[in-house]
Ligand binder design. Structure first.
Ligand code: HEC
Length: 207
């Protein structure tokens, strides 16, 4: 019996060794013992497909959804959104948060920072930022329950409160450390609205 297991083990190792390696130069495609997910069904642009009922591979956007990173051909065609959906623009202060190499203070002149703007910022903040930074901005979002180290930043402490608006805009746009960029999720104007809301949270916390 001992020999049986030994021979079985050698046979298994030999089979895996013979069939498993990839990346060698073969003239024939190698036999794949472990294909992982290398080959998957996919559709080609502008090609027919019998997978969908209408026979087309290319799909229309799902009704009522907004594709990420997409600028509408004409702005303001979405009545329920107070700011135009514009995700990346030029290199002015309004688009970068920078004056030359420095973070700028204040809001771009093109934006009216009023109650409606703040309300928009609050709504976007609650959707985008609360999971990590918490509703009050104190850095204790739901994520902190599961992912305590390294902690997310406390946005209402003196350090972040001292940051100029442009720096917070820049952080939202490009991310920092473990925080990813949110420029594909928040339009340029929405990012400023979130900045205004973060500043309001800081003021509410007395900073
Ligand atoms: C997935 C979790 C996550 C989300 C969502 C998130 N952040 Fe962060 N954020 C972090 C982490 C982690 C840090 C600390 C980064 C570091 O210092 O390395 C951070 C840091 C920051 C800082 C401080 C940057 C600095 O220079 O110290 C600001 C400001 C900030 N976030 C704003 C936001 C805003 C506004 C949103 C929503 C648009 C947001 N974050 C969404 C995880 C997140």
């Amino acid at each position: 019996m001992r020999w049986f297991f030994l021979i079985l083990a050698i046979a298994v190792v030999a089979t895996v060794y013979a069939l498993g390696p990839r990346g060698e130069k073969f003239s024939d495609p190698p036999f794949e013992l472990f294909p992982d997910m290398d080959h998957q069904y996919r559709v080609n642009y502008q090609k027919p497909s019998d997978f969908f009922e209408d026979g087309q591979a290319s799909r229309e956007p799902v009704a009522g959804t907004v594709p990420l990173g997409f600028t509408f051909p004409h702005e303001g065609n979405n009545d329920d959104l107070s700011t135009p959906l514009d995700f990346s623009r030029g290199d002015s202060y309004a688009d970068t948060g920078l004056f030359g190499d420095f973070y700028g203070s204040g809001y771009p002149e093109t934006l009216k920072v009023d109650e409606e703007f703040l309300a928009r910022g609050e709504q976007r903040y609650q959707i985008t930022c609360t999971p990590c930074h918490g509703e009050s901005g104190n850095g204790v979002g739901v994520v902190s329950k599961y992912w305590a180290i390294p902690p997310t930043a406390n946005l209402i402490d003196a350090r972040v409160s001292a940051m100029p608006e442009g720096q917070i805009f820049w952080t939202i746009t490009h991310g920092k450390g473990l925080m990813g960029p949110y420029n594909g999720v928040l339009s340029v104007n929405d990012r400023w609205a979130v900045v205004a809301y973060v500043k309001a949270l800081q003021a509410a916390a007395g900073n």
